[in-house]
Design a protein around this ligand. Structure first.
Ligand code: NAD
Ligand code: MG
Length: 394
């Protein structure tokens, strides 16, 4: 029986992973090693009981008594804290879902790779902050990373194990998020609620806002570069409001392979769970006559400064991805808290990258985990200062 662990089990990706695992037979089909969560203790305990997990871990040590109480009478062990989450990744499992949101997902993923686990990677921040380190760790431990982000799963499937040298370009599709049809002048005043109204995908709160600002797509461009090893100028972004083509690969002979399907993350989660086989999945089937038309348009970079910033990050590489992601996380916190406007997020990130350029050697060729953690820390401090300054001047 295959063993699995799910990091970030109570989130949007975690819940959909749980759904697929339960549909496949739950504890009859998989031996569950570890489930982890942030603060939703009741749901974590419920999942751990249903899957008869070895251990359930929550992020905050203050929640440990509540987790213990919720697991009373079961065989599931309880633990808490960031260290305990990372330690849970040292418990060997064949397949590990990395679905914590943000830079906090990096260390558990690295630790799982060191045990040779197959890492189903939803946490794109791992590749953005430490792509070379993550890929090198996988290679040196004979571990495989399978993409879960829908675009990267689509690219992986469209590539179909063909030689990457025959790839001319990768075309990432983007829905454009909740505000894509807003007039440019109105964007500065967009509220959190408005930015959360995603037209096609139901996702966690943070990635939904990142979709509206295209910071999500910016992270995905970097993720593409790091995961597939292509050059930045081979990666294109196209707006595709229907979200039915999940991305495309253009080969040197002019052929384009596109991956289509309903916008449902259970496809790419299920693909990673069953790889190299394909299993029946509970996703809607496309009725192409009903769809009738697919539309595309070039993204306007003045609307989406994040798409410009990711090019700067890729030019420097090294630690700039860690700085970019951390600054973006802080900018998003400030937007969610009402401190800065929607369009200010890019200003916070750009200002932070500029500040850190003078302070750190961001172009470091193969950063260590310590370098990444240090850069992440400094970038958060700077971004916080920048966000406060921008907020005061509004
Ligand atoms: P989410 O916010 O719904 O869930 C995140 C999970 O991580 C939850 O279980 C939460 O409790 C946990 N968590 C949050 N902060 C934590 C911390 N500091 N330490 C430990 N655990 C913590 O997020 P999501 O939408 O499921 O996204 C998860 C990851 O997958 C992100 O990296 C996101 O970019 C990526 N992703 C998500 C989708 C989607 O459809 N939701 C699509 C593509 C990629
Ligand atoms: Mg995506």
């Amino acid at each position: 029986m295959r063993s699995i662990s799910v990091f970030g089990a109570t989130g949007s990706i975690g819940e959909q992973t749980f759904d697929l695992v339960m549909r496949a037979g739950g504890p009859q089909a998989y031996r569950t090693v570890a489930l982890t969560a942030g603060r939703n203790i009741a749901r974590l305990a419920e999942m751990a009981r249903a899957l008869r997990a070895e251990i359930a871990v929550c992020a905050d040590e203050a929640d440990l008594p509540a987790l213990r109480a919720a697991l009373a009478g079961s065989t599931v062990e309880a633990a808490a804290g960031a260290g305990a989450i990372a330690d849970a990744a040292d418990r060997p499992a064949n397949w590990v879902m990395s679905a914590i949101v943000g830079a906090a997902g990096l260390v558990p993923g690295l630790r799982a790779l060191r045990h040779g686990s197959t890492l189903a990677l939803a946490n794109k921040e791992s590749l953005v902050t430490a792509g070379p380190l993550l890929m090198a760790t996988a290679a040196s431990h004979g571990a495989r990373i399978l993409p879960v982000d829908s675009e990267h799963s689509a690219i992986f499937q469209a590539l179909n194990a063909e030689d990457i040298a025959s790839v001319e370009r990768i075309i990432l599709t983007a829905s454009g998020g909740a505000l894509r049809d807003w007039p440019m002048e109105a964007l500065a005043a967009a509220t959190v609620k408005e930015a959360l109204a995603h037209p096609n995908w139901a996702m966690g709160q943070r990635i939904t806002i990142d979709s509206a600002s295209m910071f999500n797509k910016a992270l995905e461009v970097i993720e593409t570069r790091e995961f597939f090893g292509v050059e930045p100028d081979q990666i294109e972004v196209i707006l595709h409001p229907e979200s039915l083509i999940h991305s495309m690969v253009g080969f040197r002979d002019g052929a384009i392979m596109a991956h289509m399907g309903a916008p449902d993350m259970r496809h790419s989660i299920g693909y990673a769970l069953n790889w190299p086989l394909r299993a029946e999945l509970p996703v809607a089937r496309l009725d192409l006559a009903q769809v009738a038309t697919l539309t595309f348009r070039a993204p306007d970079l003045s609307r989406y400064p994040a798409l410009r910033l990711c090019r700067d990050v890729m030019a420097v590489r090294g630690l700039s991805g860690a700085a970019f992601n951390a600054a973006k996380e802080i900018a998003l916190d400030h937007f969610l808290a009402g401190g800065i406007g929607f369009m200010d997020m890019a200003g916070v990130v750009e200002g932070t990258l500029d500040d850190l350029c003078g302070q750190l050697s961001l172009g470091n060729a193969l950063p260590t985990l310590e370098d990444v953690v240090h850069t992440d820390h400094l970038a958060r401090i700077r971004a916080d200062e920048n966000a406060h300054r921008i907020g005061r001047n509004r």
